[in-house]
Structure formats: structure tokens, C-alpha cells
Unconditional design. Structure first.
Length: 250
């Protein structure tokens, strides 16, 4: 179990992702450490004491706090650097979303973050947001950094192909019961595919099993389509919390 010192390539990847996210949010990062680890769940304990059980080592992990940290899976980086760009952006989106939420809802006090009454809803929305942003932005960063290997046209072609949405559908169907976490992620994936290919309809993406597990999927999808930035989302988090945890009885 080790924290790996970032080499020039790793530093370039991190700095490029961070710069793009700072431009997206129009704010600078503050007191954030980004680390590469081959045992994230162990190494995170120096920043977070909470016991978390996961079936496998995560690709990345954001540990919130006044001195927050992002852990990136080092073996995955070695095997697939382009995919790691998506992971870095994903965790950075969580970081920036959380920083704004703490400022707006917790008076800047990180001690109140995870105890806030709508924290669970915010985390679900931020997962949607992180998937929605990182799947494109991570690829765009790769296309920018390595134009000889990848281009914007490749991104469009990938998400226009029905193979992409079918893979997402098959994955969501693989669960015995689909939970909120995966429903929010699926909303982001569907939104991206529909946005790239107008032949892909929302009805095509909604399977019988999804309707059975979560009948309000369409309503949630349309709500989230209006919440694709933090500024748009923050006004609706209270109502969404009521709908998710008081109204739907899911």
C-alpha cells in the first residue's frame, strides 16, 4: 500500500484536469491534495476515519473537508491513462460541488456538511453531475492533449452509437434492485447519449425492470435535465429531497 509520487505525466494530467474544472466553475481550488494510491481505502484513513466497505478498490475517491483529498487508483492509471482523466475530473466535480454546497448551505463550516438535512440528496445529485461532466470533459481533455490519437469527432461517434446506450442499459439491468446511486448515474448517461443522437429516445432507455424498481424515473430525468450545473441545482435540492425521501417511498 503506497502513495506514489507524481511523475511529470501524472502532474500534467492532474494540472490539466484541475485547470479545466476551475474554468468550468470559475473558482480556484483551495487546500486540495490529489494523490495516486494502490490502496485507496487504506490510504484515505489519514484524511477520513469513517469505515466504508466496498467490494472492490475504487477508481477514485474524494474525501471532503477543509483540507480535502482526492485519491486516484494508481494501477488503473498505469493500465489506462486516458480513462484516468475521466476519474480525475469526476472526483474534481465532487470537490467543487461540495465546496459550493458548504459555502451556501453550511455557512462555510465543513463540520456541518455530512450532517446537513439534504446532504444525501446533494450527494446523489453530485454523482449525476460528476458522471454528466466527466464522461465528456475527461474525453475532451484527452483529445486536447493527444490530438493525434483522439478527437472531438471520436467522442461524438462513440456516444451516437447505439452500442453505448445499450451497454448502459445492460448494466442498469444487471442489478437485482436498482438503487438511487445507480439511477442518478444512469440519468446522466442517458442524457449524454440522447444529447448526441436524437434517434435515441427516453422511452428506448427505460426498461421494464427500471420502471418496476423506480416508476418515477421519467420525472427524475426531466428534473435533472434542468439541474446540469450547481447554480441551477441548488434552488431545487430541498424539493428533490422531499420527493426522494418523503414522497416516492423508495
Amino acid at each position: 500500500m503506497s502513495i506514489f509520487e507524481k511523475d511529470d505525466s501524472m502532474n500534467r494530467s492532474v494540472n490539466l484536469c484541475l485547470s479545466m474544472c476551475e474554468q468550468l466553475y470559475k473558482i480556484k481550488s483551495h487546500n486540495l491534495t490529489i494523490l495516486f494510491s494502490d490502496d485507496i481505502m487504506h490510504d484515505r484513513l489519514q484524511y477520513q476515519n469513517e469505515k466504508v466497505e466496498l467490494s472492490e478498490e475504487p477508481e477514485g475517491l474524494y474525501v471532503p473537508g477543509e483540507n480535502g483529498a482526492i485519491f486516484i487508483n494508481y494501477p488503473n492509471y498505469i493500465k489506462n491513462p486516458p480513462a484516468t482523466l475521466i476519474t480525475i475530473v469526476h472526483e474534481l466535480i465532487h470537490y467543487f460541488d461540495s465546496m459550493l454546497f458548504v459555502n451556501d448551505f453550511c455557512d462555510g463550516n465543513w463540520d456541518n456538511f455530512e450532517n446537513h438535512e439534504i446532504y444525501k440528496t446533494f450527494r446523489l445529485w453530485s454523482e449525476f453531475h460528476a458522471v454528466y461532466r466527466s464522461l465528456l470533459l475527461g474525453r475532451e481533455i484527452y483529445a486536447y492533449a493527444m490530438p493525434e490519437y483522439y478527437s472531438r469527432e471520436d467522442i461524438i461517434e462513440e456516444f451516437q452509437d447505439f452500442t453505448k446506450i445499450n451497454n448502459y442499459k445492460n448494466y442498469i439491468e444487471s442489478f437485482d434492485v436498482v438503487d438511487y446511486y445507480h439511477i442518478f448515474r444512469y440519468c446522466a448517461e442517458v442524457m449524454l447519449c440522447i444529447g448526441m443522437n436524437n434517434q435515441i429516445t427516453l422511452d428506448y432507455c427505460i426498461t421494464n425492470k427500471l420502471v418496476k424498481d423506480f416508476p418515477a424515473f421519467k420525472e427524475l430525468f426531466y428534473d435533472l435535465s434542468k439541474m446540469t450545473t450547481y447554480e441551477k441545482a441548488k434552488e431545487h435540492l430541498d424539493l428533490m429531497h422531499w420527493e426522494l425521501f418523503k414522497h416516492f417511498e423508495y
